[in-house]
Design a protein around this ligand. Structure first.
Ligand SMILES: Cc1ncc(COP(=O)(O)O)c(C=O)c1O
Length: 243
């Protein structure tokens, strides 16, 4: 068998996990917070919200941006199924625009033809570590007043004209073992928008701002500190892994 991706786990990850296990705080706690802060710094954004997977990061990002029933989201079919599924989870409809055959990423020239009065967002997928062509995508989004939710699940640390992916709109990342870095399972949402950050945290934790006061329908999409400890150790190695 030829491995196409193999997680590289060193003594740093193992020691970090043991420290969490010994600490007694093993669910979402200080390690998750530290991982979020480190990830936000890596993406050059204000906020990062850790989740249980890239799929749940996408799901929460949809809901936090108020994508819902009757809405349409323009995206690409040339991706992992979770990109389009996240649109369906929110009750909206994915509308596919074709890719550029040279980059395999969504072709900005095909996006505008897919926009209807129901379109609420564009979901570009930065596939295989390569950023989408963000200048025209952001221009189209601005022109049509659309939200941009980036699926950067395969592109941690990638840049477009020097700007990090995940810093254009609401960014989403996967930390599955085949990704640039891993936390075994896990995801991350990135944003500069305080309101989106706040809403993501509420949806991730049962719709709660105050303990046991449930303001809206939420989920348990939290990351554990055991996973965050692995992710935090991996984050220090991202540049080396990417190289
Ligand atoms: C492009 C893309 N989007 C979404 C996902 C979903 O991430 P996860 O497997 O962590 O749920 C993946 C990875 O599997 C992916 O490659």
């Amino acid at each position: 068998m030829i491995n196409i991706a193999k997680p590289v786990i060193g003594p740093e990850e193992k020691q970090a996990v043991m420290e969490v296990l010994d600490s007694g705080i093993i669910a979402q706690g200080p390690r998750t917070k530290a991982f979020e802060e480190g990830f936000a710094a890596m993406c050059q954004v204000k906020h990062a919200v850790a989740t249980s997977s890239g799929t749940t990061a996408l799901h929460v990002a949809m809901l936090a941006n108020k994508i819902g029933d009757g809405d349409e989201v323009v995206t690409t079919a040339f991706t992992f199924i979770a990109s389009a599924n996240s649109v369906l989870y929110a009750g909206a409809r994915p509308v596919f625009a074709d890719i550029n055959p040279r980059t395999f990423n969504i072709d900005p020239e095909k996006i505008e033809a897919a926009i209807t009065p129901r379109t609420k967002a564009i979901l570009p997928v930065h596939l295989f570590g390569l950023s989408c062509d963000m200048d025209p995508i952001m221009k189209i989004a601005q022109k049509h007043n659309l939200v941009v939710i980036e699926d950067a699940c395969q592109s941690h640390g990638a840049t477009y004209k020097g700007k990090k992916v995940g810093s254009y709109g609401t960014g989403t990342f996967s930390l599955y073992p085949t990704k640039n870095i891993t936390s075994a399972e896990g995801g991350m949402i990135t944003t500069d928008d305080d309101a989106v950050d706040d809403e993501c945290r509420v949806i991730r934790q049962h719709g709660m701002r105050k303990r046991y006061f449930h303001e809206e329908l939420g989920y348990n999409f939290r990351m554990t500190d055991v996973h965050a400890a692995i992710g935090l150790a991996q984050l220090q190695k991202l540049a080396v892994f990417n190289r």
